[in-house]
Design a binder for this molecule. Structure first.
Ligand SMILES: Nc1ncnc2c1ncn2[C@@H]1O[C@H](COP(=O)(O)OP(=O)(O)O)[C@@H](O)[C@H]1O
Ligand SMILES: [Mg+2]
Length: 301
């Protein structure tokens, strides 16, 4: 068990390019190299159970030494979050019970953005639950949802900043003193400001972790123009979020011409070709077979 925080690897790309397959292969490879590895299925489609041919849940399964796999139950996280919020509101504003809060929360579970929010909460919980891993590999959902996941901390931070300003304005207007000084320390006494500042801290730390060097983003692409075009859009969007693509996996081709084309369009530290497998990449035997046949390529990741 290591005493530093785990390396994090996120696999991104268009639907069907091989994110789940390469998350599984990479997790197996790292675990075989002796690293304490956790593979996390973040995509609600949850393909890891099919790839490893065994049922998975949020409780980790250990299919081979040094490897644990779990699949995030987004629905459970959404329900827990809404329940917590409902209880919070009920406690704080008990005069609101005249309105039917429960009904309001029932519809909220379908509101846009709630899945990404649940993903971010699940991610935060995972980092706290498995601090002893050497590496955590995230099999991500297709592009749109994955990008919203990465942009959520920054979007939330700008919202919270505005809400803090608004709350401070309200308190000032009502001439309410919202903090007391204890020597050099300023203690927040307004519960709304206290919660907003707590949230600001949480999102700030997630945002900083996204930019830390222990976090790597792997973009999986295919040797075809549609995959490449979407990969370029992912690269551009990630750049706007101050995040860079660390490595590109060109899945299904070792062709030098395609590798040059991909590296020309998507800047990254490495561009690694991986061949198409004749056998389906399902089940421990086929996965380890593919790994040993391409050991040289996997050393680069
Ligand atoms: N290198 C490869 N050789 C053979 N089949 C592959 C390879 N990479 C992916 N596949 C197959 O392609 C399909 C899509 O891969 P998957 O990993 O599920 O993509 P994604 O997670 O990006 O949607 C699956 O049937 C998978 O087994
Ligand atoms: Mg997948």
């Amino acid at each position: 068990m290591s005493d530093r925080s785990p390396d994090l690897r996120f696999l991104l790309g268009k639907g069907g390019v091989g994110k789940s397959t390469f998350s599984a292969l990479l997790a197996l490879d790292k675990s075989k190299a002796g690293l304490n590895t956790l593979l996390v299925s973040m995509d609600p489609a949850h393909n890891q159970a099919d790839i490893f041919q065994q049922p998975l849940s949020e409780k980790p399964t250990a299919p081979s030494p040094n490897l644990r796999i779990l699949q995030v139950n987004l629905e459970k996280h959404i329900k827990n979050y809404l329940k917590e919020s409902e209880n919070n509101i009920k406690q704080r504003y008990n005069y609101l019970t005249a309105f039917n809060i429960q009904d309001h929360f029932k519809t909220l579970q379908y509101s846009p953005g709630i899945e990404e929010y649940a993903m971010l909460r699940a991610y935060g919980t995972l980092l706290k639950t498995y601090p002893g891993c050497d590496v955590i590999i995230f099999d991500m959902p297709p592009t749109a949802m994955a990008l919203r996941f990465f942009s959520l901390p920054q979007i939330s931070l700008s919202w919270i900043e505005e809400l803090i300003k608004l709350r401070e304005k309200i308190l000032k207007k009502q001439q309410i003193v919202s903090n007391i000084r204890m020597g050099k320390k300023k203690i927040e006494t307004d519960p709304v400001l206290t919660r907003l500042k707590e949230m600001q801290k949480e999102y700030d730390s997630i945002s900083q972790r996204f930019e830390s060097p222990s976090l790597g983003i792997l973009l999986v692409t295919r040797p075809d123009d549609l995959s490449l075009a979407e990969s370029q859009r992912i690269h551009k969007k990630m750049n706007e979020l101050n995040l860079s693509i660390d490595q590109v996996i060109l899945n299904g081709s070792m062709d030098e011409k395609w590798l040059v084309k991909v590296s020309h369009h998507i800047p990254a530290n490495d561009h690694i070709g991986m061949p198409q497998s004749k056998d389906p990449l399902i089940g421990m035997n086929n996965l380890t077979g593919y790994l040993s046949a391409n050991a040289q390529q996997f050393k680069k990741i």
